[in-house]
Write a protein of this length. Structure first.
Length: 117
């Protein structure tokens, strides 16, 4: 038996017992809450994802008040090691997409999930 200290036990309880929401789950929940057909919701979700991708590819950030920002972060070039070959590899400068949650969103999540019985 593995003993997990109390602070970590709470973390593992949250991460191991919850199943991540998929795109289909998201579409189903939005359709149920709004009364809009699933096909229309699916088109809207797909359009949102396409706009986010296109905007970030073009170098434009997206800010959603109360939710957060989709931004691009610049990673500087660096040296890395290929352990199997014992060589040094240079990784060039590149950009990665990132999400920065808003303060309101952080506070909402910090309170923890609702427990359902």
């Amino acid at each position: 038996m593995v003993y997990i200290c109390r602070p970590l036990r709470k973390f593992f309880d949250l991460t191991l017992k919850t199943k991540p929401m998929t795109k289909a789950d998201l579409i189903r929940q939005i359709a149920d809450e709004t009364g809009v057909e699933r096909v229309d919701v699916a088109q809207s979700v797909e359009a949102l994802i396409a706009v986010v991708k296109k905007s970030l590819k073009g170098g434009q950030s997206i800010y959603l008040r109360g939710f957060g920002s989709f931004i691009i972060k610049k990673r500087a070039k660096k040296l890395a090691r290929n352990i199997s070959r014992g060589t040094t590899v240079e990784i060039p400068e590149h950009f990665v997409p990132s999400f920065k949650p808003s303060k309101q969103f952080i506070e909402l999540v910090r309170k923890g999930p609702k427990k359902t019985r």
